[in-house]
Design a protein around this ligand. Structure first.
Ligand SMILES: [Ca+2]
Length: 101
């Protein structure tokens, strides 16, 4: 039986039109499995039931993600194996101010 240890983070920005959340992955080293189905990072827009923007494992650094007002990030592991994990940072703001066009 696979045992999950979910961790979730919800980022919110203010609901002004044009406001965005931008996330950049800096390091990525999560146990790689077929279909990334035991250990993974998952990014959704708005919340857990929002559109899936990415589902990642392994050690390839994902592309940057820019979404609407909110990003929901889930990191999930099981009890098997160890890896350093991931490092990401995020910024909030108007697209022009965070350098996204
Ligand atoms: Ca694992």
């Amino acid at each position: 039986m696979v045992q999950h240890h979910p961790f979730q983070m919800l980022t919110n920005s203010y609901p002004f039109p044009g406001n965005r959340v931008h996330i950049s992955f800096r390091r990525m080293d999560i146990e790689a499995t077929d279909f990334c189905n035991t250990d993974f990072v998952e990014v959704h827009e708005s919340g857990p039931s929002g559109p899936l923007l990415g589902h990642f494992c392994g050690n390839e650094i994902p592309a940057n993600i820019t979404a609407a007002r909110e990003l929901w990030v889930l990191f999930r592991t099981d009890a098997e194996g160890q890896a350093p994990g991931f490092l990401a940072d995020y910024s909030l703001g108007w697209l022009e101010k965070i350098g996204i066009s």
